[in-house]
Design a protein around this ligand. Sequence first.
Ligand code: HEM
Length: 597
Amino acid sequence: MEVEDSYWTVPALEWGRGDSRVIRRATYLDIVKTYIEDVHRLRTTGEVPSLTIYEMLLMIPGGGGQRLGQRLDRAEANGSLAALALLPGPWHDAKTREDKLRLLKLDQVAQEEGMHTQLYAAYQLRYGDRGLSSNIAVPSVVMHSNSTQKVRENEKPNLFDSANVVKVIGRVIVADAEDAERIARIHVRKEPNFGGLMDSIISTVDNEHWRQQRQHLIEAFMPLSSLAKIMPVSLARAKECSERLREMAEKGPVDMSNFLLHEAQAQLQLALLGVPEEIMEETNAGIRQTFMLSPDAKIGHLSEAMKGLMKLAREDASVALPSDGCPVRGPLSRALQTGHFASSTDYGNLLLILFAGHDTTGHTMTWLLFELARHPEIQQQVQEEVDHFFASLCGRDPSYQDLSGFDLLDRCITETLRLWPAVANGTFRQLQFGEDLKGVGGQVQLPKGTFVTVTNWCRHRNPELWGADADTFNPWRDFSQQELVRVGCPMAARTPQSARFSPFAHNPRSCLGKNFAQMEMRLILSYILGQFSFSLAPPYDSLKDVELKVAETDSLKFRGINKGGTMGPMDLERGGSVCSGERFQIALKLHVQPRRA
Ligand code: HEM
């Protein structure tokens, strides 16, 4: 039954708002079949798939709408909803089966729209007894996959392990700061919901397999031995990008989201992967559009890029890690060459890096410019700091260690990571053993196997943890030394984290790429803020003085759109209709004015 079910992860065709993407069931089955067979071939022969999960989602948006009733019945029968009874949440108001189905559909639409993080904050305020500190439970429609299991040597993977199976679960949103930190640190096992990334470092549900990958890949991200060595490539690109921006600004307002996502993808490919510039330029936009599920995306762009980049990573003899004893070049490609992991692991890691390595950083820089455009007085102070930074170099290029010379820029980046956490979801875990956490009127015990989400959104904007101005951009707030994000100085490479703050998730399963992100953000931002001033262009100027609140669920009032795992600014000009909700686009148009001749 489970196997047959995997073929029927049918999108929500019958009750959706739009019908432009309705596809025939037979076509749908063909697409899913191709994907499953491709992944199976990757796992057994190493052949790179002709279709990525993102392209599959472009063709068959939505998921799980049909047979939702059966899925609900099955979940109720097998105990997957147990957590919903233990903690406050909307389930307690659902008296009838219809009420329950309505809640599940609401969750699906919110996920499609990228509005679920705000919905959960609204649930906390409505049902919890401790505001945004309340741990709650929500019913959720998820896609789980066995492809997140490690492929073991001499084991023949099952064809259907590659399928994404739609399920209904009770999900616990862990928002109490102490509970969040403890659970993220101890329960390292992931929820199997990143099936498209196979058994990569971020998605594997096998803790030992995760540890081995982490131990191997980390060399590419070592601050002094690797990142400082590839910084000249990053620096050259940061200089080039400010010239590119100058040309674009001459033609009118610039979509800085698109610009910065492009630059983050460029940094990643050129510096970390050692990809030649012409290949980077050729693949950059197509890769990003597909990840964004943009209407401009073309089927084949991402999968073709993956084929080319996998080949480069496997065969390029010029890439090197610090331990090779020669000049470091494209260290992450070299790490993929030398890991001797299964093909699905390498493929998953490359796909993950192309995604997580650019849009997190691109969105963070975009949100920072958005806030600086809303606060011109802070922008001017950052620019003065940048001017001082370059003046102190007396004409030479900055070194990695020089990047420790910022203070306000560090604070602005930290505050942006708090207010607009690119990974607003935080981290998805599955409890490895029974765990006590705060419920209404005392502790409750969650059983082993419960799916928990340690979200960043509600903790980062909780007034109990940050004060009454939690929804406001204030780079001078009282960050602790453990929270402030720095680069290039002793201790800077540690993960910025506390019980209330975890933009890169908590150790030990925290972001692997944080130090690269810190370096590239300082380079790009210092060059562009040194040369240009930014202000909101229409229609974004309507947001100048608007208070953007944590639990605003009206998508027509501008919010961050949390699509595909990361949160960017909603495109106010383009929408997009999908079967089970609006698939919003991401954009931010700013006026870009040169500061100096
Ligand atoms: C501002 C930028 C970034 C932010 C806010 C960020 C945030 C995060 C977060 C919250 C996680 C945990 C996700 C989860 O548990 O599901 C994570 C994991 C990860 N990130 Fe980042 N990230 C950023 C940049 C990068 C970059 C530039 C790279 C690579 C070039 C990268 C590579 C990774 C990897 C490989 C993991 C998985 C680590 C593991 O499971 O051990 N990230 N990141």
